[in-house]
Design a protein around this ligand. Structure first.
Ligand SMILES: [Zn+2]
Length: 233
């Protein structure tokens, strides 16, 4: 079987799964009420939650760690996060509060409403994570390759999945601004150091993957170079 990419959730909060003969790797873990939608997506692909070997986090924010702790405890998945975000994921460091510019009421309420529906207000932090480093190729289905792209958070990661031709950027960028509703590629809101993100993304130049997925918003069709071209400066 060729490796398969599943997109779970929606354009407001997305989780991705790479399904291979060796099992499943999850990229990000959504909101804390998302276990049911992950289970049914895997069931449709002929797999179960027990096939998840690992969860790779693009960063440690609450809307990305969602069901990771339950998958670790109840299904034996190992949860990987870049070292600088480990304390965010475990709750040793309190949630970040970064001010967002230019928010609009409608899209903001929609984001909060989805959070409410999918249990996002009850954060379940991880009791244990496996810290990863820039350049790691993880021993997980799909062989995820880790590229550090600090900026949104200090431990933000780009995750390359060559077997499905995809690159996952978490909240370094968004293609649908959760607070303004604008549908175009831009640096994501709540970023600690947006200028640092722009510099970090330069590291992705030349990568061949043609599908780029943010944590929030639809897929960006194109390479990292195309993305860098599209981003407003
Ligand atoms: Zn997010």
């Amino acid at each position: 079987m060729t490796d398969q990419l599943l997109r779970i959730g929606d354009d407001i909060v997305a989780i991705h799964a790479v399904v291979t003969d060796e099992g499943v790797t999850l990229i990000d873990a959504g909101l804390s009420g998302d276990l049911g939608i992950v289970a049914s997506a895997l069931r449709r692909a002929g797999r179960s939650l027990d096939d998840i070997r690992g969860v790779v986090l693009t960063h440690g924010d609450a809307d990305h760690i969602g069901v990771a702790e339950r998958l670790r405890v109840e299904h034996g998945a190992v949860v990987h996060v870049l070292r600088p975000d480990a304390d965010l994921a475990t709750g040793a460091e309190p949630s970040r509060s970064v001010k967002a510019d230019g928010w609009r009421l409608g899209p903001t309420l929609r984001f909060l409403w989805v959070g409410l529906l999918r249990g996002g207000l009850r954060t379940r932090h991880l009791q244990e994570v496996r810290p990863m480093s820039d350049g790691d190729v993880l021993d997980l289905p799909g062989r995820p390759e880790i590229i550090a792209i600090p900026g949104h958070t200090p431990g933000s990661a780009a995750i390359r999945m060559p077997s499905v031709g995809a690159l996952f950027l978490g909240d370094a960028i968004t293609t649908r601004h959760v607070l303004t509703g604008a549908e175009r590629a831009s640096i994501a809101p709540f970023s600690e150091q947006p200028q640092q993100t722009l510099r970090s993304l330069e590291r992705l130049r030349g990568l061949p993957e043609r599908r780029i997925f943010p944590g929030h918003g639809p897929e960006f069709r194109g390479t990292a170079d195309d993305l860098l071209e599209a981003l407003p400066r």
